[in-house]
Design a protein around this ligand. Sequence first.
Ligand code: UDX
Length: 447
Amino acid sequence: MKITIFGTGYVGLTQAACLAEVGHTVCCIDIDERRIAQLNQGLSPIYEPGLEALLLSNLSAGRLSFTTDATEAVGFSKVIFIAVGTPPDEDGSADMQYVFAVAHTIAEYSRESKVVINKSTSPVGTAQRIQARIQSALSKQGRDLGVQVVSNPEFLKEGSAVDDCMRPERIIIGIDGEQNIELFREIYKPFSRNHEKLIVMDSRSAELTKYAANCMLATKISFINEMANLAERLGADIEMVRKGIGSDSRIGYDFIYAGCGYGGSCFPKDIQALQRIAGEAGYQPLLLEAVESVNQRQKQKLFDNIRRHYNDDISGKTFAVWGLSFKPNTDDMREAPSRVLLESLWAAGARVRAFDPEAMHEARRIYGEHPGLYLADSKEEALEGAHALVIITEWLNFRVADFGLIRQRLVNRVVFDGRNIFEPEQLVREDLTYYSIGRAVSGMVQA
Ligand code: UDX
């Protein structure tokens, strides 16, 4: 089937590559000319495991093409996906200007009936609003083409986007009126494999499902972080509590890892957006408000531990930082806890020597030549001359560490671990002071 996709961000690009990989012919359009030129050479603008290989093979097989030309893209197919960004506005609500701009482009260039599928995470009622806008634009031009707008939210995770897209747990289709789902069966058949993954509902329920899923996951994280903070005060170990509660299948082991807070392009934005949506509907979302405040406090936790350890005397000290991306296997630093820590350390007069396996160029883009930031070539080099080590992202290759080297290089032999990647006893044996999340401070506490 021929498919057009507006937007070449995480969602649009991954979707395009996966749809092409299973045999559809996909035309992607973006307004960013540099990005399109790069993509036409098979270069992925984002770091995502497996994505570039899919781009290259499907480009050369002729199943994938990239353009900035709206006439070409809209004319290419009857089926058009919208996968452009919905970044947060100043007030936290989703900024819909890009989605609606695409709706107008579709109306302007359509010469036949279309099915428009919105994948961008958007406020409840967006599919209906897109439908109304396209129809009114068409009728102003005296045209009647029969456009149907459907909501089809995306659930992929950065770092495993290709895998999530190829093996979805569910495919939500939100259609109003006559539910002609054959088209969607055809698009998604290769992804359904052994059993039907399609769950069909109305568009408003589909849009709320996306927010509800992300907010539920963010709630699990803030809940376990709250328990971690309690565990520290009560002399309990959050890692044992996690195993204890995760074994209850109603709770499950996933998304109950305590840490220095959630970041990324989805959870922080969606929690805020759903609060706005609730407010507009005249409802105060007490739980969502709490989830967000707990997370904001948690992002300060590493700095609070550092401050407490050094009795507020941080000025002039240097901190080795392992991990800058908001989670492993991505170079994305949007809303990353690392940014809160770096900025707090700088404000307190400290310097940072940071290393991240993928996010170095992103850090350079965000902070430029910041005098307080040295970007090291390796995790070992980051330790040189630092007073303490701070771990923010649980990259796999941080989990095996040369403690002898850490001990030797750190002036103060202290490790602040925001992701609980080590065992406290291990660090005690290595003669290091160890602050983790939701567990007692272990080893010699020395400033
Ligand atoms: C999320 C959703 O998982 C995905 O379904 C949706 O489509 C987009 O938003 P993503 O933002 O890529 O995906 O990352 P995710 O793996 O969910 O992690 C989000 C944040 O939560 C990270 O900062 C991570 O470190 C943190 N996290 C996750 C925890 O602190 N503890 C956990 O137990 C799990």
